[in-house]
Write a protein that binds this ligand. Sequence first.
Ligand code: HPA
Length: 245
Amino acid sequence: MLAVIGGTGLGQLEGLVRERDELPETPWGKPSAPLVHGRYQGAPVIFLPRHGEGHRLAPHEINYRANIDALRQAGVNEIIAVAAVGGIESRLEPGTLALPEQIIDYTWGRAQSFSRPGEVIHADLTHPYSETLRQRLRQAASVAGAPLVDGGVYGATQGPRLETAAEVDRLERDGCTMVGMTGMPEAALARERGLDYACLAVSVNHAAGRGSPGQSIHASIEASLSEGMARVRAVLAAFISAAPA
Ligand code: HPA
């Protein structure tokens, strides 16, 4: 079963025929919002808005463990994590989709593992995203005619503030090509639970200090979010239509 985790700009999945909502309790607490069970293009899909209903949870307030565990309990084995990002590399103009291949984690103070006291889990995160899902997403983007930057490194920052220009310079020196606030520990937790996970990123602004001088990041986000998310929906529709029955 496929789940889509929606990020900023994707608080609901238009086109999803809702069947039921479920707010499960997990050993880690409740997920950000009720899981929406439904059908998208006839195929069963579960949708979860990462930031909760009405986008009320900041990135560091999200209960990532409850989200991943609730999806797993619901029978999910594949997750497409939609995430708005700031573009660091020049190809990531606002509105462009990207399929990152790697992550660097700069977050802190977030519950990063399902391990219990006395238990140690060393998840292998060499390749943090599922190559099979990435391949299918690449194919879906091509069918949908959505321009997609294939590959790149997602720098996961703590937020909720945006970065300084010097921080983005450092991210770039580290090899990051995009920056967002929710990529970790979500990817690591999905791996701990054995779920296939890939990130469909949408650049909604030039990262701090990139783009034209004086350009407002918030204005850029506002201007490009709906175009970017329309492309995401087109890719998801193509992905699901192509999915093996
Ligand atoms: N930085 C961090 N997270 C983001 C950005 C950004 O510029 N844009 C969207 N999410």
